[in-house]
Design a protein around this ligand. Structure first.
Ligand SMILES: Nc1ncnc2c1ncn2[C@@H]1O[C@H](COP(=O)(O)OP(=O)(O)O)[C@@H](O)[C@H]1O
Ligand SMILES: NC(=O)c1ccc[n+]([C@@H]2O[C@H](COP(=O)(O)O)[C@@H](O)[C@H]2O)c1
Length: 201
């Protein structure tokens, strides 16, 4: 049985969740692990010198728990799928696609954690410019609402810092322009994933 882990990373509000939902609905035997589900509780988030709770750093996320969840999928993808409500099917052997199991990791800091980045066979990275990001973020409802000034004081500077660190680490990513239409982004990524699967031993 072949198994493949795909990363859908990138900037906050870049379109990661939107893309992931469409991939989940289109790819066979496909499960997802969202990094946002591993945020620590607000009382465990440090307050920085700038007065903001430091949500946008890797230590705000329980990465050990996230990696353990991914490891559970690696050990038994079909069991993981069934327990997450995904119907497991066999695909057409003529096309060499039988028994593929796919896991999507979705999150804004996937590739700044080497163990997680190394697990991905393909890493997509969505980007959008500052103005668009600020605009989209202003319309979002998070479990903890953004206090005034968080975007400029913490979120965007941390994005730039982590992106720089990711680039310096040499991890290879497929950059996706998050300003493209949702359809164009989906088609580009979907095609890329199938190419990867069909060339995957
Ligand atoms: N390609 C796109 N073009 C325009 N708006 C988009 C696009 N992709 C996502 N959005 C919108 O941007 C907002 C954030 O999208 P979302 O997928 O939740 O981002 P993320 O998971 O990266 O934070 C949502 O309102 C969504 O509808
Ligand atoms: N889900 C939560 O509990 C929570 C709490 C506070 C901030 N956030 C924000 O979530 C963002 C990451 O998620 P998105 O990539 O979906 O925007 C971070 O920029 C962070 O500031 C999430």
């Amino acid at each position: 049985m072949r198994r493949i882990i795909i990363g859908v990373g990138g900037v906050t509000n870049g379109g990661k969740t939107t893309l992931t939902k469409r991939l989940l609905a289109s790819l066979p035997n496909c499960c997802v692990v969202h990094q946002d589900d591993f945020f620590k509780l607000p009382e465990h988030i440090e307050v920085g010198e700038d007065g903001f709770k430091q949500w946008d750093v890797i230590t705000s996320i329980d990465m050990e728990a996230m990696v353990n969840t991914v490891t559970a999928w690696i050990e038994n993808p079909a069991k993981f799928a069934r327990s997450h409500g995904v119907t497991v099917c066999r695909l057409n052997e003529e096309h060499g696609e039988n028994d593929i199991q796919i896991l999507i990791l979705e999150g804004f800091l996937l590739y700044n954690h080497k163990p997680l980045a190394d697990m991905c066979a393909q890493r997509f990275y969505l980007t959008i410019p500052y103005e668009e990001c600020k605009h989209r973020r202003s319309g979002r409802d998070y479990p903890i609402p953004d206090p005034p000034g968080l975007f400029d004081g913490h979120v965007w500077p941390m994005y730039l810092k982590h992106r720089c660190e990711m680039e310096e680490s040499g991890v290879s990513v497929v950059s996706i322009d998050g300003l493209l239409s949702k359809d164009d982004i989906f088609n580009q990524v979907y095609t890329n994933i199938w190419n990867k699967i069909l060339n995957f031993s």
